[in-house]
Ligand binder design. Structure first.
Ligand SMILES: [Cu+2]
Length: 192
C-alpha cells in the first residue's frame, strides 16, 4: 500500500512537470479545434506529399472527433511545414517564421538549424561559437513540438497524429517565408 501511494505521487509529479512544459498560450490556438492524437485512436492514415512549393492532395476530408495519422513526405529540395490551423493562425506563424529566418535560427533546407533543437544529438556543433548567451530559448516558438504542425527536411518523411475535435474552417499550410504565398496551402473539409 505504501508502495502504491508513493508510486501514485511520483506519477502525479511527472504529470505536473509535463503540464508545466506545455507551450505558452500563444502556441495553443489549435486547442479550439483539436488536440494531440493517440496512436491507438488512429483509424485512418492520410498521405501528404510536399513539393517546392505545393501539396498533393490540396484538399483533405476529416470528421469531427476523428483521429488522423498524417504521413508527410517531402520530395522537394527545401524544408517544408505541414501545419493545420485557421487562416489567422497561419498569418501569425508566418510572422514568427520570418523572424526566425531573419535571425538565422532556421535555414531553408534543414529544421536542425532551428532554436529549440536537441543540441545533444548534434555532434560537431561548437557551442562556444554559436552565441547561446544571446538566444532566448524560452521565448522562441518551437513549432515542431506542437501537435498540429510538423517540419519535414528535404527527402524525409514525418508522421503527425492529430485529433479533430470541432468542425471549423481550417487550412493546412507551410509557413516558411514565401511558401504559403506561392501555393503551399490546402483546405481541411469537415464531412458530416
Ligand atoms: Cu514550404
Amino acid at each position: 500500500m505504501r508502495f502504491v501511494t508513493s508510486f501514485a505521487v511520483a506519477v502525479m509529479a511527472v504529470v505536473a512537470f509535463a503540464a508545466q512544459t506545455e507551450p505558452a498560450a500563444a502556441d495553443s490556438a489549435y486547442q479550439a479545434f483539436g488536440a494531440r492524437g493517440r496512436a491507438q485512436d488512429v483509424k485512418r492514415t492520410v498521405e501528404i506529399v510536399m513539393r517546392d512549393n505545393s501539396y498533393q492532395p490540396q484538399r483533405i476530408q476529416v470528421r469531427a472527433g476523428e483521429t488522423v495519422r498524417f504521413r508527410v513526405r517531402n520530395t522537394g529540395e527545401l524544408l517544408h511545414e505541414f501545419n493545420i490551423g485557421t487562416a489567422a493562425m497561419h498569418q501569425q506563424h508566418q510572422r514568427e517564421m520570418r523572424a526566425m529566418f531573419d535571425s538565422g535560427m532556421m535555414s531553408a533546407t534543414s529544421k536542425d538549424a532551428m532554436v529549440g533543437m536537441d543540441h545533444s544529438k548534434m555532434p560537431g556543433m561548437n557551442h562556444g561559437t554559436v552565441g547561446h548567451g544571446s538566444m532566448n530559448h524560452s521565448a522562441a516558438p518551437m513549432r515542431h513540438d506542437d501537435p498540429n504542425a510538423v517540419l519535414v527536411d528535404p527527402g524525409k518523411t514525418e508522421e503527425m497524429i492529430f485529433k479533430f475535435t470541432k468542425a471549423t474552417t481550417l487550412e493546412f499550410a507551410c509557413n516558411i517565408p514565401g511558401h504559403y504565398e506561392s501555393g503551399m496551402v490546402g483546405n481541411v473539409v469537415f464531412q458530416r
